[in-house]
Design a protein around this ligand. Structure first.
Ligand code: ZN
Length: 242
């Protein structure tokens, strides 16, 4: 089975559509690692797409904030403003869909999905030091995560527990006896200084994870952000990949 791994779509419909077109023919099932909404201008259409197309979905902190504005007040001012806008822009049924999403870890068929880590759905796993405790705590050998918007990940051998960062591009062959924490990157708001939409394909038959990027109409998304009255910085950052 080949899975299309999506994370941090952030209501960016142009990026989501470009990824789906780019990945056409490469997968049989789709899974989503949370933050469907927040920051971006299309929270309804992206939520409806996820609901219709994903076999397994977990919530992210921005999905929680869109339904709980007290939670949103803990965000920085721009993110809090975007969460309030998202709440008012979304239909009742789409908000209800977000509200019933589980937190991770969720077994998606021999591997687990988390937003931050198995220890804390809000944890930012950015470097190998951050990954030590989550890798030790995870029960599945392979865990996919999001939240940092950084494509790549970490692994350790199950005997020595020495954590290394994985190459954040191309094809990764996973091997037995190793634990992996892998981030497909962000579809709708990459932060690794590459503006192109990020995603990954996981093939359970070969154990290979392919990190992929694709171009999308970033100017169209930027125009929608400005037209919606969302902070201009949210449009600007998309072109910079930060
Ligand atoms: Zn996010």
């Amino acid at each position: 089975m080949r899975f299309l791994l999506l994370s941090d779509i952030h209501a960016n419909l142009e990026a989501l559509e470009a990824v789906v077109a780019d990945a056409s023919g490469l997968y049989q099932q789709v899974v989503c690692l949370g933050d469907i909404v927040g920051y971006g201008p299309d929270p309804n259409t992206t939520t409806e797409w996820v609901q219709e197309n994903c076999a397994a979905v977990i919530r992210g902190n921005h999905d929680r904030a869109a339904i709980d504005l007290e939670e949103a007040q803990r965000f920085n001012p721009v993110a809090a403003l975007a969460a309030g806008w998202t709440n008012s822009a979304m239909s009742e049924s789409n908000l209800e869909y977000l509200n019933q999403l589980p937190s991770g870890p969720l077994d998606a068929g021999g591997f687990d999905l988390v937003h931050g880590s198995v220890l804390d759905e809000d944890q930012y796993v950015v470097d190998p030091t951050d990954a030590v405790e989550p890798l030790r705590a995870q029960t599945a050998d392979l865990v996919f995560f999001g939240h940092t918007h950084l494509q790549g990940g970490f692994s350790c051998h199950n005997s020595d527990r020495c954590v290394v960062a994985l190459p954040a591009a191309g094809l990764l062959s996973t091997s037995r006896g190793q634990s992996y924490l892998i981030n497909p990157g962000s579809v709708g708001q990459p932060r690794d200084e590459d503006w192109k939409a990020a995603y990954a394909i996981y093939d359970t038959a070969t154990g290979e994870v392919e990190f992929r990027r694709c171009e999308y109409d970033v100017e169209a998304t930027q125009r929608k952000i400005v037209d919606a009255g969302l902070p201009g910085v949210l449009a600007e950052r998309l072109a910079l990949g930060r």
